[in-house]
Ligand binder design. Sequence first.
Ligand SMILES: [Zn+2]
Length: 711
Amino acid sequence: MATKAWEAKVICTNEEKAHLWRTHKIFNKNLPFVIQQMFKMKRGEAGDDKESGQAYKIIFESIGGSQNSIAKMEAVTSLKFKSGKDEDWAKLAKKLTKKKKILFDRFEELPGFSSEFRRKLFEMSFQLISGHEELKKLWEKEHEEWAKEKLKFEESNPNYMRARPILEEFEKEVGTGFTKRRMRWHKYLDFLKSHPELAAWRGEEAVVNPIPAEGQQRIKRAYRSKKMKMEGEEFFKANPELEALDRVHSKYEIEFVRRRAIRKNPDGFRHRPTFTLPSPEKHPAWFSFKKDSTYKNLDTDKCEIQLKVITSDKEEERSPKGYTVFRFKPDKRLKGLKKFRRIHTTHKKTEKEKTFYSFFDKNLQIDREVDIKGVKLIFRPAKPTGTPYLVFTCNIKNKELTPRAKEIKWVESDEKTQKGKYKFPSDLITCAVDLGIRNLGVATIMQMHNGKLPDKPVAVNFISLDEVGLRHIKKHKKEIGKLRSERGQAAKGERSFISLQDHITDMGEDRFKKGAREIVNFAVKHNADVIILERMAGLIPDAEKQKGINRALMEWNRRNLTEWVKMLGKEAGIKVFTVSPHHSSWVCSRCGSLGRRYSVCKDKKTGQVEKRFETVGKLFACPEENCLLEVNADYNASINLHKIFNGNFVRPEKIGKGIYRHRNNEVKFSDIEERIRNRLENLIPNQLEDEIVLQPDELDSLMSPNFMKKR
Ligand SMILES: [Zn+2]
């Protein structure tokens, strides 16, 4: 499920705008009171005595923000509380109301509010408090870590800690009072010069060496603006011990003392989060309308909505009976709202009418159901003269799994090994994706018949990522490498060439997102129930020979792509499984024999076309006489992934160098290669592998033993 917010400008008369502002204002004016009461509860200070204080504390802790929890607040703010509930909080609340020790009387303190508005007050108060709690917890955790770091630093630098009081003298005396750093720097150098004992901080001689004549000359020659820096450089060159001390001192001051912030936080860590009470203009909390309680009849075609707003300042008229129709205009960039289709359904059992919205998800090419949760009212700027907007918070629902996908179950077949198997319907449609090296890979769709896989896939898709993008990334990577070699590596923990680096990341991201979308779209188009991907555990066996930029990019791409496919699959209602891909590209997908991958390349010196056997070869050949399959290697592996998932894939077992046991036979790589080589010499035209592009519509030729001969 994804959450999205669509914004729309409210089109209204000045009077209507005044109503909206009044609703916002009154909501914000009453919040502080409720918040303070809730804080009291939380601290155990509510009620007049200790006992009721404790009871309130327990009730507060049981509040979770949900509707039911808001009822708890209702219970403790009225003497009329009656409840048949037997839960602990209800017992406590009953006791409190019996003793007439309610938190406050809501009819007195929050007069004239309808229950919906009051509940909203309770809800928002709780949200603000718990939000603040979370921030505080985070701060405390980070503070603790910081303090630990500080202690660690102090313990590992005892020499510095001994010398520190002297340096602190300087920091106290000079402080941060200088607006010009140059002044401070001069004082600092003078201070170091006048304290030779500092030079002995690590047990060396307590002497400060003067800047030699040569250095003096350099300082003299330097530009005025560089003089200060030069002086420091020369001074430290003459006094390496002091330079080392300065380095440690700066680090400690910057990370653990933070003199500039010291007035606010005595120990130098960042500000503890503070709680600010809402106020309509300075620190607004936005009111949100709830469906069928404060808003109804949202019409996304006409752009109309009916809202319950406070139309009068008088307390007795605060609770409006009727709704006011408001018109709005959706933001142009977020056209989503206008594209919603309203769908009415009636619940089968309860016969209750339900309206939901649906929109066409362009990315996934499917219709998705949208649930509009709340409608927030905001003013920009937060002033009575500001422009009111409505923000629609929408939950975009994931598509339901296909009936067949729902039936898939994990069954543990062996109690001893705990190894199990998936049990699935006999006509499952699977989409398997083998991720290639330069291109993204090959996706194939297969439909089982009576639980068995057919000979041919229903569809094949060669997912190619734009080569241009990859080349672009490569170019930038090289650029960075060059810049680094010129300017030197960045300091540890620091990033260099940030904008260029980010650009590369963005481009890579674009690539894998595009690829993931293509995979899921392909699966959706062919009604697949399941997507099968390779499991990304440890090394990618076939990538071992790829080096440098290619490899790094590839691994990164694969990991992200898998995650992205999983996410998109969930949204599209397709189950995503990962299977161990080991040896999936070594075995013939048609007959199951052990084959070899190879590539066709041109010898740089002789210019002759060669066929080379290698683990990353782009093509695959089967040596078996009655099979002789020759296909794109990624395609072959992709078909095997279906088999692995289906449970009838036999993996070869290594028993020696280049020797494997496969289906009870001992097979040598050299033998296979021999058998294939003879054939290849005759079969393959003198064509480079990059020129051999396979298209999805060549499905039949893909399966023919000599598909390349035809070309
Ligand atoms: Zn074969």
